[in-house]
Design a protein around this ligand. Sequence first.
Ligand code: DX5
Ligand code: ZN
Length: 217
Amino acid sequence: MAKLAPSLLSADFSKLGKEIDILEKGGADYVHLDVMDGIYVPNITFGAPVIKKIRGTTKLPFDVHLMVDRPERFIDDFIDAGSDIITVHPDASIHLHRTLQEIRNKGAKAGVSLNPSTPLDVLEYLMDDIDLILIMSVNPGFGGQSYIPAMTEKIMKLKDMIVKSGNDIILEVDGGIKLENAREIIDAGADLIVVGSGIFATDDVESRVKKFKELIA
Ligand code: DX5
Ligand code: ZN
């Protein structure tokens, strides 16, 4: 069964603990944390100190998405903050293989995130070193963008690659996912969907989380 990772990017940053509590009540499986540095993407969000503070408010696993230039500089900080999964972008990390090994060696799951224009080939020699692959279905940097339809075929191709590799790799999809298209994305092969504005742009976040959970069940 597919799982749900609400993204805090569209949450109220003045009450993150409460927002996580509501997500948990609704049945969220992970908390997705979008770290942006204003260099790799044209936006700045939050870093390891904020994650460390909210870590104590929930037992849900933290799925940390680093949209950060040379993320290898910060692996220790994000491990120390309590990240369960750390995902990096190949074009941001100079020695991607080493970065992934470092994440694993330090006790977190290692993820690779591909932008819409990044081909799947970049994964070819890394399939034994990855726990999660994140397909960006919008360009990274902002919440509330529209799903790029060509990504459905990319998800299907990646699913095939993962099955052929024989490895236990989570296929995550992030960006523009709403109640209307979640089913299509899961049917294409997603194991884990990230939803930001599709969850927080409503007055009743808890029941929206429940709706997503019903839909993907
Ligand atoms: C975008 C982020 C996403 C974002 C998704 O750079 O990686 O996680 O929060 O937001 P929505 O669901 O609004 O597209
Ligand atoms: Zn994300």
